[in-house]
Design a protein around this ligand. Structure first.
Ligand code: ARG
Length: 497
């Protein structure tokens, strides 16, 4: 029953070429989508007077039989078919004969057909990725709520920069992920468009109704231009790009947590179920799941590069090159989903070593910024004057192997006379306040800072945003679900006529 599409040719593919040419393996992922697309197309053709009722009923019952065979795991296909489209059409013809079965592909090409299938599938995948993103955001916000007052060093260039909190750190990634969610849904809205009816590249003379299939398949509208509909892959590249951007954040967070799991930092410890050990070093506890997430960011960038490279030289219209866009896309979506799930578990179960984090903020030279800012406010110095004065004090402190906390008002007065040519008078309380990590944090109240009040406000706001995102996601999911039900009911309606 194979060789549906080779009437023009005198010879078959040899086995090796057939294996080389087929897209059957990657097409298994769009098996049911291909059935749905065909059902919608043929129901539309019937409405348009192209397929008679009796033939439509035969076609739909054959398609439903094939769906059942698939769900029961009875379908065994290989390189004897070019792709899933050939298999399903051949199987329908095998079941009901060429007269009726031969109608299913009227006014359609595999070029618009495959785009329907992939778009139907990718829209579901995007919703799953978006759901995974929101679960991770929830885990981040949950951990953050427990650590609003957990002091933690903030770094730039890997050096002590300012005192922050662990909650503030976690919220930064929640914010990035909420943007990823937005990108995913925006991409979804471009993916969820109907290319069916574009024909091979330039439409069809058959009296089709593109709005009808759009409605039956739950698309939000059509991809109008028939060249664009069959030939464009920008939306697939965009889906991979959104995944790649998302992975760039996951990978950086993984890099932080891997570093913070070292003995040298000792800020966090992964739960045992997310760690591995060593075949030889019995003492080892490795954050290898995070290492894999960081590594998989490379895999996703690879998939994006593969897709972009694959399409960049292909002239307009369908070329077989485009068949190769499916595997990197599937790989991309699957890997991102898994990474999100694992990361969510890691964050939710992470052991946070608060005492060690706090310890690293005590006696740190980061108090220098706070002291300089305090001098601006309380000693009427310009910022650059204060900066110079504090830099001199830092040098002195380092020379004496002391701490900024040990500074006295006298030392400041003396140094200021030397550096600025004027005596700066401050009291001991100012020094104490500026150099104590906790009170310095409380003084830093700028919007978006790690100040606990500010972080509490941000957390509340993010939780509200999370609920909004859930609703936006749910609306799309509900509309997909409703369209599937509509298609099912329509099919059943015809079958019971
Ligand atoms: N198997 C093909 C793909 O995956 C389907 C479209 C083929 N069209 C064609 N004219 N050969 O892209």
């Amino acid at each position: 029953m194979s060789n549906l599409f080779r009437s023009r040719l005198a010879k078959e593919f040899d086995d090796r070429t057939a294996r080389f040419h087929t897209s059957m393996v990657e097409d298994l992922r769009i098996f049911e989508e291909d059935i749905d697309g065909t059902e919608a197309h043929d129901i539309m053709l019937h409405k348009q007077g192209v397929i008679p009722l009796e033939a439509l009923k035969l076609i739909l019952s054959a398609l439903e039989e094939i769906r059942r065979e698939w769900r029961r795991g009875e379908v065994e296909v290989g390189a004897e078919f070019e792709d899933i489209h050939e298999y399903i059409e051949a199987r329908v013809i095998e079941k009901i004969g060429m007269e009726a079965g031969g109608m299913i592909h009227t006014g359609r090409s595999r070029n618009d057909q495959v785009m329907v299938d992939v778009r139907l599938r990718v829209r579901e995948d995007l919703l799953e990725v978006a759901e995974g993103v929101l679960s991770l955001v929830e885990a981040l916000l949950g951990q953050a709520e427990r650590h609003v007052e957990t002091l933690m060093m903030l770094y730039t260039h890997g050096q002590h920069a300012q005192v922050g909190t662990f909650a503030h750190y976690l919220t930064a990634y929640a914010d990035a992920l909420l943007r990823d969610h937005q990108r995913l849904l925006e991409c979804y809205d471009r993916v969820n468009r109907n290319p069916l009816g574009a024909g091979p590249v330039g439409g069809t003379s058959i009296n089709i109704d593109r709005e009808r299939t759009t409605e039956l398949l739950g698309f939000d509208g059509i991809v109008e231009n028939s060249i664009d509909a069959t030939s464009g892959r920008d939306w697939a590249v965009e889906a991979a790009a959104v995944c790649a951007i998302l992975m760039s954040s996951l990978s950086r967070a993984a890099a932080d947590l891997i570093e913070w799991s070292t003995k040298e930092f000792g800020y966090v410890e992964l739960a045992d179920e997310y760690a591995s050990s060593s075949s030889i070093m019995p003492q080892k506890k490795n954050p290898s799941t995070l290492e894999l997430i960081r590594g998989k960011a490379g895999e996703i960038y690879g998939a994006l590069t593969e897709l972009m490279t694959m399409v960049k030289g292909v002239p307009s219209g369908y070329y077989q090159d485009l068949q190769g866009t499916k595997p990197p896309l599937w790989r991309c979506l699957d890997t991102v989903k898994t990474c999100l799930e694992v990361m969510t578990g890691i964050i939710a179960t992470l052991k946070v070593k608060e005492a060690r984090m706090r310890e690293m903020t005590e006696g740190s030279l980061t108090a220098a910024v706070d002291l300089a800012e305090s001098l601006v406010e309380n000693a009427s110095l310009s910022f650059r004057e204060a900066y110079r004065l504090v830099a001199a004090l830092v040098r002195e402190t380092l020379k004496k192997d002391a701490k900024l906390q040990d500074l006295t008002p006298d030392a400041i007065a003396e140094a200021s006379l030397k550096v600025l040519g004027k005596r700066v008078e401050v009291d001991a309380a100012l020094i104490r306040e500026a150099t104590d990590p906790w009170s310095s944090l409380l003084r830093r109240k700028s919007q978006g800072s790690p100040n606990p009040e500010e972080v509490r406000r941000m957390l509340k706001e993010r939780k509200r945003r999370l609920e909004e995102c859930r609703a936006e996601l749910e609306a799309r999911r509900a509309s997909v679900k409703a369209s599937k039900r509509r298609l099912r009911e329509t099919v059943e309606g015809y079958l019971s006529k």
